[in-house]
Design a protein around this ligand. Structure first.
Ligand code: GTP
Ligand code: MG
Length: 200
């Protein structure tokens, strides 16, 4: 699926009464600075839809983007950003988990992990949380342009081990710089959304 029409819908902070647009939602989850907003821009073939930054903590609200008037991509704040107060960290965590628990339209989570590093403690906890609550997810390993092909393979083995994923090939490599993974994710979205149509 090409993302022909994309529009910003809303930003949302509160942890009650999440907006209900009646469109299926795909949420983009990951630690601060992992590349969530950049991935949404890359999928939409623009630099401008979502603000990105080298400074972690750029996305503090939950942002909804409507794609092709068919589904929403939901850009979540990053977790695990060290440089904010404990209270602020808790607020972000509540926002993320509150959204994941309460959204009426969530059909899948894209869980982004930086391919250069082993998953952080927060990455593992968040993954276990998704599994526990049976929220469908896809693991996407970001910034693959930063290391060699062989290193990417080794890192994917480590990520699969840590997250207890049965197969390495279920991890999608992604790079906004080298435009790796964009087509795979677009095709996957076609599949997820067509399944949704037949079941709803
Ligand atoms: P928060 O909103 O703070 O949670 O961060 P985020 O996960 O939305 O990350 P964002 O997209 O803002 O990207 C963080 C930094 O990583 C920016 O400097 C991006 O340019 C860079 N970045 C994102 N994706 C890639 C990638 O595939 N390759 C490389 N080399 N850099 C990337
Ligand atoms: Mg962001």
């Amino acid at each position: 699926m090409e993302f022909e029409k994309k529009e910003f819908l809303t930003s949302f902070a509160a942890s009650e009464n999440y907006p209900d647009y009646h469109y299926p939602e795909i949420a983009v989850l990951g630690r601060s600075n992992v590349g969530k907003s950049s991935m949404i821009n890359a999928l939409c073939n623009t630099q401008k839809l979502v603000k990105t930054s080298g400074q972690p903590g750029k996305t503090r609200l939950i942002n909804y983007f409507l794609i092709n008037k068919m589904f929403c991509l939901v850009d979540l704040p990053g977790y695990g950003y060290a440089k904010v107060s404990k209270i602020e960290k808790e607020k972000w965590k509540d926002r993320i988990e509150g959204y994941l628990m309460k959204s009426k339209n969530l059909i899948c989570v894209f869980h982004l992990i930086d391919i250069r590093h082993e998953p952080t403690k927060d990455d593992v906890l968040m993954h276990e949380w998704l599994v526990y609550f049976r929220i469908p997810y896809v693991v996407i390993a970001t910034k693959s342009d930063k290391i060699s092909k062989n290193q990417c393979h080794q890192q994917k083995i480590k990520i699969a081990e840590q997250l207890k994923l049965p197969i390495i090939s279920s991890i999608i490599e992604f790079s906004t710089i080298k435009k790796v993974g964009i087509r795979t994710i677009q095709n996957m979205l076609d599949e997820i959304l067509s399944k949704e149509e037949t079941t709803s």
